[in-house]
Design a protein around this ligand. Structure first.
Ligand code: ARG
Length: 362
């Protein structure tokens, strides 16, 4: 059974070890200025064939203004809900993602600042800036720099792995999808460490990671070595044809409660043997709803305010009932327009401070 819980009061502005301790401060992303990135092989790899076609065709263009406005409105509603639950909410400032930047051998424009979860990995009092594999996200953490500097001045740790070069050697030359039924074939090599923070999920001393089209083995190893002996970083082998981000495949909701995707977890890792594992209810997002860069299983990308309160999509009745049946109060928030941009509540946020300390739950 999960180990004993020793609540620790932290003086540090950054303090978060898991996905469920009582949430005190959170960053919520913004969709303003969202653009399709320039076309490059790594952008297409985690997408479906239809999504790839859209990204190719609209490369460099802004996302439709009315879709941005609708998603912005939902993010504002999420902020109101979180504040109403007593959580301090921080937001980045809008930026122009159409500006060109680069490094020797390449140039790019940006994507968006909608998904802070992808960018920042918070472990205890340490905020780690992820070394993103997408050229269009190379400077994405800049959106959060004013906040990171503030947290650092107030006592947090602030880390960054070696800045990736993102030269052609990082990308598999002539990459194509694996044949049907075969394990996924990553678009990135082991040229240098890269990872997205959202390929990691935290359960105290145990942190689970997946290799994906943005996270390589040497990237996971960087996190493992950086965190040191107090943590165990486990690599999970999941069945995802187009893996990018673990938080629509495996979601720990509370000590002893694991939510999983019905097909992507071939075998529940032994370490969870004393946990109750439940399969996510089927998504209710209609077929016609535009999802530019995620599957419908974004329905399981929930945010825990604490072990007993979960934010769920307002139209997602099955997920609401599911939560309630597991003793969790579901707090509805409309988020379907935001979902179009590639994520849900977990992606759109990053918990900066949760009340609690470093524990083992296994
Ligand atoms: N790749 C996942 C899926 O398509 C979506 C994960 C989104 N997560 C995120 N942090 N942006 O089901």
């Amino acid at each position: 059974m999960p180990g004993p819980k020793v609540p620790v009061e932290s003086e540090c502005p950054v303090n978060s070890y898991n996905e469920w301790d009582p949430l005190e401060e959170v960053i919520v992303g913004i969709v303003d200025g969202a653009r399709f990135p320039p076309w490059h092989v790594e952008v297409g790899a985690p997408l479906s064939t239809e999504q790839r076609a859209v990204f190719r065709e609209r490369a460099g263009q802004p996302f439709p203004a009315e879709e941005i406005a609708a998603a912005r409105d939902e993010l504002d509603q999420l902020v109101d809900i979180l504040q109403g639950e007593g959580v301090t909410v921080r937001r980045p400032e809008p930026r122009d993602h159409g500006r060109t930047y680069g490094a020797p051998g390449w140039s790019s424009t940006g994507l968006y600042d909608a998904m802070p979860r992808d960018l920042l990995l918070v472990v205890g009092d340490d905020v780690i800036e992820a070394p993103m594999a997408w050229r269009s996200r190379h400077h994405a953490a800049s959106a959060y720099r004013p906040l990171l500097k503030e947290y650092f001045r107030r006592g947090a740790r602030w880390s960054s792995p070696p800045k990736p070069e993102l030269s052609d050697e990082l990308y598999v030359d002539g990459w194509v999808d694996q044949p049907e039924g075969e394990p996924f074939r990553s678009v990135i090599t082991e040229f240098e460490p890269t990872f997205d923070a959202a390929d990691f999920i935290r359960c105290g001393r145990d942190i689970f990671a997946q290799r994906s089209h943005v996270t390589n083995a040497i990237g996971i190893e960087w996190v493992r070595r950086h965190l040191g002996e107090a943590y165990q970083v486990h690599e999970l082998e999941l069945l995802d044809d187009h893996p990018m981000h673990i938080d629509a495949s495996v979601m720990p909701l509370a000590p002893g409660k694991l939510l999983i995707h019905p097909d992507r977890v071939p075998e529940v890792p032994k370490i969870f043997k004393d946990w109750e594992v439940r399969v996510a209810p089927r998504p209710v997002i209609p077929d016609g709803h535009q999802l530019y860069m995620t599957s419908k299983w974004i329905n399981m990308n929930v945010l825990m305010i604490d072990e007993h309160r979960m934010v769920v999509e307002a139209q997602d009745e099955p997920m609401r009932r599911f939560a309630e049946s597991w003793g969790i109060t579901a707090i509805p928030c409309p988020f379907r327009s935001f979902n179009s941009f590639g994520g849900s509540f977990h992606c759109a946020t990053v918990d900066v401070r949760r009340r609690g300390g470093l524990c083992s739950y296994f």
